[in-house]
Design a protein around this ligand. Structure first.
Ligand code: NAP
Length: 483
């Protein structure tokens, strides 16, 4: 029998926002399934030293839950996790979450979604919101001998806090945002920090100041202060970054490149080290690193950059192609994530037995990144090919939730089955692939933004266009009962 039940999969930033907005819109037959033991998603999983957000705090917060108490311009990870938990509790949605309850399959049966969970639970829902995150399946490197390493070895998103670090020789593999934050946090606090770089990165030096108490007081007491701050940050971020990366020839993009180059030249005087740290591609082609002190950290007397490729891991450390053994006590794999998984490994079977796994082979796709044909009343937040590398993902998720709400209402108030048409999804994909040719992401680098064809798996237009498109669903692009 059909009802009005909505299930959200995932209690990270997007899932919490979805639960709050759905409740506020009057949908109160609501459940949230979360595989982890607490709220927070990426901010629960990433606890490595130095973890922080490189989107300004007042922008990386919900529009409906301003926080005058952010400690820094860029908030540390634990503070963001606490914020998400606090908002979920205050808004009364924390109690909706079933923790440690991983959804393993979603199957369309008699016009509803039938869910099963790893611990044997069953549920049915009329609408499912997949808020399952993007960056949470660790990409473990295929390094020969890794299993022979005598000391602790772990991925950056699986930090082992039981391992003592003072005095230890710590190797970090990778030079992405995680590795850079780990390096800046550990250089000078451990015995030796050895950074294994496969590809150099451009680094944008944005300072991260503590927010003074008087400023927090002003943000708390002046009701217009936080909205004004958000507006200002959003404008700067949109014009200076989000719009720049989708137009490789833009003056803003050139400015970003100049700032990165000046950062390197001003802060690394040793010509050999500077050569090693100079990327052979344009800034922001790979995900831009934001760090005010990476170059200082890597030049710390107890830090060392290794650019020879890794040949194998041995019990005592890492052997590089020049034959040298780098002796280590701890090995950190800051090697990124499998970014094309999205809702999977959940088995999703839609109308007529359509399997998402098969539909998404060789790569995931979705109409406007939220709806998949044959998957009625299933919506993806921060799904495939959205603005994952352009903007604050909180803002993106909120826009997507607001976009989805009228479609949810249509499904629940009319018992309708709603999903994007194949034509609309194909048209969107074709336009997206064409537009991606102008972006910085295709200017000659290897990055996780690129799919198996080398096409950026991202939103290739401006944020203004994203806001416009998300303002209201075009019902012509949807099939409504039956899908
Ligand atoms: P990442 O950007 O994917 O970086 C992975 C690093 O590991 C790269 O330097 C890569 O080298 C290296 N690597 C991978 N496999 C390797 C191998 N087999 N041998 C040697 N090196 C290898 O991962 P991440 O740093 O975890 O960041 C992922 C994303 O998370 C970021 O892009 C960002 O969107 C997000 N993030 C955000 C923040 C934040 O402050 N908001 C912080 C951390 C992460 P190549 O470059 O040569 O491939």
């Amino acid at each position: 029998m059909k009802g009005r039940r909505v299930v959200i999969v995932g209690a990270g930033m997007a899932g919490v926002a979805a639960a709050i907005k759905l409740r506020e819109a009057g949908f109160d037959d609501l459940a949230v399934y979360e595989k982890g033991s607490s709220i927070g998603g990426t901010w629960r999983e990433n606890t490595y030293p130095g973890v922080a957000c490189d989107v300004p705090s007042h922008l990386y917060s919900y529009s409906f839950a301003p926080n005058p108490d952010w400690s820094h311009v860029f908030a540390p990870g634990p503070e963001i996790r606490d914020y998400l938990e606090r908002v979920a509790t205050e808004r009364g949605v924390a109690g909706l979450v079933s923790f440690g309850d991983e959804v393993t399959s979603l199957e369309r049966v008699d016009g509803r979604w039938r869910l099963t969970t790893a611990r044997g639970g069953r549920d049915e829902a009329d609408v499912v919101i997949a808020a399952t995150g993007v960056l949470h399946h660790p990409n473990l490197p295929d390094m020969p001998g890794l299993e022979t390493f005598a000391g602790p070895a772990f991925h950056s998103a699986r930090w082992d806090h039981a391992v003592p670090l003072p005095g230890a020789r710590v190797g970090v593999v990778g030079t992405g945002s995680s590795a850079v934050q780990i390096t800046t946090a550990l250089a000078g606090t451990v015995g030796e920090l050895v950074l294994f770089q496969r590809t150099a990165q451009w680094v944008l030096p944005v300072p991260n100041h503590p927010i003074p108490d008087e400023e927090k007081l002003r943000l708390r007491t002046d009701p217009l202060a936080i909205p004004a701050r958000r507006e200002e940050l959003s404008k700067t971020f949109t014009e200076g970054f989000a719009n720049a990366v989708v137009d490789a020839g833009s003056p803003q993009m050139k400015l970003l490149e100049e700032l990165c180059r000046a950062n390197l030249e001003d802060n690394v005087s040793d010509p050999e080290l500077r050569r090693k740290l100079t990327p052979p591609y344009r800034a922001a082609c790979k995900r831009l690193i934001v760090s005010p002190n990476f170059y200082q950290a890597i030049q710390h007397p107890c830090a060392r950059l290794v650019t020879e490729s890794i040949e194998r891991v041995e019990p005592e450390g890492v052997r590089t192609a020049d034959g040298r053994l780098h002796q280590l006590d701890v090995l950190v794999l800051a090697t990124g994530f499998r970014v094309d998984r999205f809702i999977r490994p959940v088995r999703v079977v839609g109308t007529g037995g359509a399997e998402l796994e098969a539909m998404w082979s060789p790569r995931p796709w979705a109409y406007l990144s939220v709806s998949v044909p044959s998957m009625p009343n299933l919506y993806l937040l921060n799904g495939p090919n959205g603005p994952v590398g352009n903007f604050s993902l909180i803002d993106v998720a909120e826009l997507q939730i607001d976009y989805v709400l009228p479609l949810v209402d249509l499904a629940l108030s009319k018992g309708a089955e709603v999903c994007a048409t194949f034509e609309a999804a194909q048209r969107f994909e074709a336009e997206r692939v064409e537009a991606a040719k102008k972006t910085i992401w295709v200017t000659g680098c290897r990055s996780w933004y690129l799919d198996d064809r080398g096409v950026p798996a991202a939103w290739p237009w401006t944020m203004d266009r994203f806001r416009e498109v998300m303002a209201e669903p075009r019902l012509d692009d949807f099939e409504v009962t039956p899908c």
